[in-house]
Design a protein around this ligand. Structure first.
Ligand code: NAP
Length: 474
């Protein structure tokens, strides 16, 4: 497989023809190459997107809606082949890959309808001889920079509202996962979208990243990735005051109160923590359990975690696949080493699986405290760190003690506690007895160091629209 650049409605090998390799994280086999673009390629791509914006921004809403519906249908028709490539390139189990493809497709179906709701307002005139109104117009060429952990869905979550709004787009996928983007663009190519509306660039972010964000023809940057890179993008976007959406890292607390249904809470932790081998921005990163139920919950969790089947995502019974690369394995090991040195205990898992691939055994750590990296940083691996708390206030205080504010989870059967939790937790997304609250219709986004702006829902469309106010005196 060889992923080329896509712009102006056709494929390009890159001005210098340089490439980089992509490996299967489950086997370490080489599975393909992608073009390593330079700034000359980038300039051609931005020119194609700018030229296309003139026409595309004026297409009738109905026409754009029909194109989005066609994209939805083509993704679903090719769900299986997309899912298989996603598993090979990213490692998650095939059933998770199928879900990711379907979730991504749904954004096109949703925004094909949502674009008809992008209303402006009529203002009450201060005097009879004046009228005023607002309209929503597409913001311009949008750069969509995406991470490797949900490499298909994160493209769709940005691309669908951007195209619906009338923006032309340039997708920059992560270096570990350009092939799924390339395969998706092959499907888009077959739909014969107007040239320049959708464009794809791959390559070294040190070379093309700052140039893409700083180019004055790019009016919007929608980024999902780490907080560290998000900060750099924010600096670069300052040059032209380019509009920004930043979906960044998280450090989610998962609080289980003593009145919770323990079996349900254990199922919740399994779903929230071990999907995609824990490589999820909204994964439970710190699990707080109220003292009276801590021993029972830990026992049940250990038995559920040790029963997880770890393996190549293409094998039908696999539940936990590999991590993305050696760096990810090293980070998990480093966090566990730090925790053990500071008094934590590993009660399940705790090591890399022998043999090829970047596998780490699903792990449970107890006696975790706030001094440990496990509690302060995103571990991004299959590690469930448990801490015990006594009072509701202690739980909220510990949960909010982080610069991040993406997602938080609470398990309780007490309505008052559920309501106090929803009020006290400083996060953009709160799941109460719900370990997977993300959905296409809902606005997802972080507070504090977890980002700016929202994706999904009506709010996700607004990120690609500008407001124009018109006043008429007559
Ligand atoms: P990352 O290292 O920040 O990379 C994200 C993207 O930014 C990649 O395409 C990367 O390219 C590119 N990039 C790197 N440096 C750049 C620069 N200077 N200018 C422009 N682009 C640049 O993140 P990741 O490791 O791929 O993803 C994991 C992170 O994403 C985690 O922190 C996770 O929490 C976060 N995430 C957040 C959400 C959310 O909804 N909030 C969703 C998913 C993931 P290269 O790959 O080529 O380096």
């Amino acid at each position: 497989m060889e992923a080329q650049l896509y712009y102006g409605g056709s494929w390009h090998p890159g001005v210098h023809g340089r490439q980089f390799a992509i490996e299967d994280p489950a086997t370490n086999e080489l599975i393909g190459h992608a073009v390593s673009a330079d700034v000359n390629d980038l300039s051609l791509i931005i020119a194609a997107a700018s030229l296309a914006f003139k026409e595309w921004s004026r297409t009738e809403v109905q026409e754009r809606a029909h194109i989005l519906q066609a994209i939805y249908r083509t993704i679903m028709e090719h769900q299986e082949e997309l899912a298989r490539l996603l598993t090979r390139e990213e490692g998650k189990s095939l059933s998770e890959s199928r879900s990711e493809i379907a979730y991504g497709a749904r954004f096109f179906e949703f925004y094909a309808a949502q674009i008809f709701q992008a209303y402006g307002k009529t203002l009450s005139p201060p005097v009879n001889s004046r009228a005023g109104w607002t309209t929503k117009v597409p913001i311009g060429v949008a750069a969509l920079i995406t991470p490797w952990n949900y490499p298909f869905a994160m493209i769709c979550r940005k691309m669908a509202p951007a195209l619906a709004a009338g923006c032309t787009i340039i997708v920059k996928p992560a270096e570990q996962t350009p092939l799924i983007a390339w395969q998706f663009f092959s499907l888009l190519h077959a739909l014969s979208l107007p040239p320049g509306v959708v464009n794809l660039i791959t390559g070294d972010p040190e070379v093309i990243g700052p140039a893409l964000v700083r180019d004055e023809r790019v009016r919007k940057v929608s980024f999902t990735g780490s907080t560290a890179v998000g900060r750099r993008i924010m600096h670069n976007a300052a040059d032209n005051i380019t509009a920004l959406s930043l979906e960044l890292g998280g450090n989610a607390p998962f609080i289980v109160f003593d009145d919770a249904d323990i079996e349900d809470a254990v199922r919740g932790i399994m779903a929230c923590k071990f999907r995609n081998a824990g490589q999820i921005c909204v994964a439970a990163n710190r699990i707080y359990v109220q003292r009276p139920i801590a021993a029972k919950l830990t026992r049940q969790l250990v038995s559920a975690v040790t029963a997880l089947r770890v393996g190549n995502g293409l094998e039908p019974d696999t539940q936990v696949g590999p991590l993305i690369n050696q760096e990810a394995l090293d980070k998990v090991s480093e966090h566990l080493h730090d925790a053990e040195e500071k008094g934590a205990q590993i009660v399940a898992g705790g090591s890399k699986r022998a043999g090829p691939g970047y596998f780490f055994w699903p792990t449970i750590v107890t006696q975790v405290n706030e001094m440990m990296k496990l509690a302060r940083e995103e571990t991004f691996g299959p590690v469930a760190p448990l801490s015990i708390f006594d009072s509701e206030e202690d739980a909220f205080q510990a949960a909010n003690d982080t610069p991040y504010g993406l997602s938080a989870y609470v398990y309780t059967r007490n309505l008052g506690r559920a309501m106090r939790s929803s009020q006290s937790l400083e996060f953009g997304l709160i799941g109460i007895n719900d370990p997977v609250p993300s959905r296409v219709e809902a606005p997802i986004g972080g507070w504090k160091a977890s980002g700016l702006g929202r994706e999904g829902g009506a709010e996700g469309l607004d990120e690609f629209l500008e407001t124009k106010y018109v006043s008429v005196r007559f």
